[in-house]
Design a protein around this ligand. Structure first.
Ligand code: HSE
Length: 412
């Protein structure tokens, strides 16, 4: 029986998880692929560090040694940064290997080139692990996009941020303690700035946009904000209104324009993201035939991410065309009036005596924190004039608004 030879680049949380899973699920892989899968080599940075890797596996810090192995079928990349991973993967494709990556930043920047190069060398690219950890969102979107027209995608795409927000609310942990726990559990990036400032979710959003709409918005037009402005006070105030902070990416197509935001928002109990807690991620897709679908599952961590890579291993070995569905879907109709439509906002720092007729006060949590109803353009104008002022959109406004109207009326 033939053997499929695999190299793993990087032996951090993801690389080690993949290695262990290939060992633990060898039988399943052999059954579905009809060939045994063997790890031929592992690329590491520090050769001195002790690792639990079989003796017959080549352990090297020189990628050339891997590239020149007599047999190499699949290269799995689980390093960080754009380089050298991009160069390694290009070389692997040129050698005729299928590639799999878990590297969001690199793939957001260079995915298009890698897919084109793979196409011209007749090999496949797996990148399921770049978005939403263990949730098979990329394969699902590919499948769904065969006929459905997607109009809106929303996602909680960073496990570390969701974990921190949950710990701060449920266990009253400080931001720093919650982040440190996320790092210990292997959820956070090597530099957690990418997690808490929204860059990681931004890269994932760009990858999703390309799959769903065949293109990305201009990166500089995307409103990107992390969770570092969210304090325990804000979380408590939101809870009084039955709202939870979630870090949400949103992509829609209005006319010919893709619009994306990546930022903290508030959701109420009826929103599918309200119960997404801890390291979980979720992706809600709205499309014309099926309506609204929400996928949820672990968004980070050793084995959830390894699961996405292993499923990709089967996918690439069966040699699926990776560029499938990279087509433009028909425009959705969302957000034409973004900016002018009145929405609900949780705000901090707008004096209560503000008499702007374009802003309606809906409910007050503390002296400083309140819910208002206003158009985004007005909120931005007014709040940007205040010092230490924050505003967060409430994204399932209709039901919440009814609730507060009832509260306000009852109070009168
Ligand atoms: N640091 C990432 C997260 C890992 O927390 O979501 C998974 O991409």
């Amino acid at each position: 029986m033939s053997v499929i030879k695999v190299a793993i680049l990087g032996f951090g949380t993801v690389g080690e998880g993949v290695y262990q899973t290939i060992q633990s699920h060898g039988e399943e892989l052999e059954r579905v692929l009809g060939s045994k899968v063997e790890v031929a080599a592992v690329l590491i940075r520090n050769k001195q560090k002790k690792r639990n890797i079989d003796e017959e596996v080549l352990i090297t810090s020189d990628f050339n040694e891997i590239l020149h192995l007599p047999q190499l079928d699949v290269v799995i990349e689980a390093i960080v940064d754009k380089e050298p991973p991009y160069t390694f993967l290009k070389q692997a494709i040129q050698r005729g290997c299928h590639i799999i990556t878990a590297n969001k930043e690199m793939f957001a920047h260079h995915g298009k080139e890698l897919l084109e190069l793979a196409d011209s060398h007749n090999v496949s690219v797996g990148y399921e692990a770049t978005v939403a950890g263990g949730i098979p969102v990329i394969q699902t979107l590919r499948q769904l996009l065969n006929v459905n027209r997607v109009s809106l995608i929303q996602g909680i795409l960073n496990g570390t941020s969701n974990f921190i927000l949950t710990e701060m609310r449920k266990r009253k942990q400080s931001f720093a303690d919650a982040l440190s726990l996320a790092q210990k559990k292997g959820y956070a990036e090597a530099d957690p700035t990418n997690d808490v400032e929204g860059f990681d979710a931004f890269f994932k959003t760009m990858i999703l946009s390309r799959i769903a709409f065949g293109e990305e918005p201009n990166w500089q037009d995307v409103e990107r904000e992390g969770i570092t402005t969210i304090t325990s006070n804000l979380i408590d105030a939101a809870e009084k209104f039955g709202l939870r902070f979630k870090h949400v990416a949103s992509i829609t197509k209005a006319g010919n324009q893709i619009r994306a935001t990546v930022k903290p928002v508030l959701v109420g109990k009826t929103h599918p993201f309200y119960h997404i807690e801890g390291v979980e991620n979720a992706v809600n897709v709205q499309s014309d035939i099926v309506g609204s679908i929400t996928l949820q599952g672990p968004g980070a961590g050793m084995f959830p991410t390894a699961s996405a890579v292993i499923e990709d291993l089967v996918y690439v070995c069966q040699h699926q065309p990776s560029n499938k569905n990279f087509t433009k879907t028909t425009a959705g109709n969302y957000g034409e009036e973004i900016g002018q439509v009145k929405e609900l906002w949780l705000i901090k720092g707008l004096p209560k005596n503000n008499k702007n007729p374009l802003i309606t006060w809906v409910a007050q949590a503390t002296d400083e924190i309140a819910i208002i109803k206003a158009a985004r353009e007005e909120v931005e104008k007014v709040m940007n004039q205040q010092e230490e002022a924050y505003y967060f959109q409430i994204i399932d406004g209709y039901k919440i608004e009814r609730k507060y109207e009832e509260i306000t009326l009852a109070a009168l």
